[in-house]
Design a protein around this ligand. Structure first.
Ligand SMILES: [Zn+2]
Length: 254
């Protein structure tokens, strides 16, 4: 796997281009998450409205139940009141009167309960109105925001396509096996540069000191040399078109 100077130069250009693509990809990756957050917000508001309506329904049913219990109780009281005129003994009269008094207390309790439930229904009606108003006020804004993100995505996709074409052009001057190795490294660590310049006998990627013989090998440019620590392909910055200043000892002999 020879890494000629021309090849190294082209590889450095490719690596720069991949930085552009990585940055675009990072922007693209943010969009689905942002859209999902907005959609969750929209959904949460709808769920809240449904919950309020469900609670109002339940309270309404409770109120109906208490009302029918009260009506039944009032019916009993009325019946007992009529029976008062028919009883023959004092004991029977007192027993009926006790029943009537007990019934009246129960009716009073049911009335209080119904009033409480009516208060709850009022409160829930207000909450429902507020929740519905919130949906009306914010949903169109949220949907517009989603559309804006989708527009951004379309623009980024187009840019990504154009930059990918540029990348394809840069691949032309690089040997296939070098390229394979480079792509393999990039696939292993997406978003991280697969290429590192040698800076003062150090790997420019991970800062590990490289053995002098190693640097000599890179200078000879006979084969690809990778950093033992981070596995990036090493190159001499000045050989690749001076991406960064190189120390004297790392300069090629020729
Ligand atoms: Zn390294």
């Amino acid at each position: 796997m020879p890494l000629t100077k021309e090849s190294a130069r082209q590889l450095a250009r490719l690596s720069e281009q991949d930085k552009v693509l990585d940055a675009l990809q990072l922007e693209l990756d943010k969009i689905p998450k942002a859209i999902a957050e907005i959609q969750a917000r929209i959904e949460a508001r709808k769920v809240r409205l449904t919950e309020i309506r469900g609670r109002a329904n339940q309270v309404g049913l409770q109120k109906k139940d208490s009302e029918s219990k009260m009506a039944a109780k009032e019916g009993e009281i009325k019946k007992h009141s009529q029976e008062l005129n028919l009883v023959k003994t004092n004991d029977a009269f007192r027993a009926l009167q006790t029943e009537i008094d007990k019934g009246k207390v129960e009716v009073g309790d049911l009335e209080t309960e119904i009033l409480t439930l009516m208060d709850q229904l009022d409160q829930l009606a207000k909450e429902e109105k507020a929740a519905a108003a919130e949906i009306k006020a914010e949903e169109s804004e949220d949907l517009a925001e989603i559309q804006a993100f989708q527009k951004d995505k379309a623009a980024l996709d187009a840019k990504f396509g154009a930059e990918t074409q540029k990348r394809d052009g840069l691949k032309a001057g690089i040997e296939e096996d070098v390229l394979k190795h480079y792509d393999h490294l990039r696939k292993r660590k997406p978003g991280s540069p697969a290429l590192a310049p040698i800076l003062k006998n150090m790997c420019g990627g991970c800062r590990m000191t490289l053995p002098p013989q190693f640097v000599v090998e890179v200078v000879k440019a006979k084969a690809i040399q990778t950093c033992e620590s981070c596995h990036r392909i090493l190159y001499l910055p000045e050989a690749a078109g001076a991406v960064a200043p190189a120390p004297a000892e790392a300069k090629p002999a020729s």
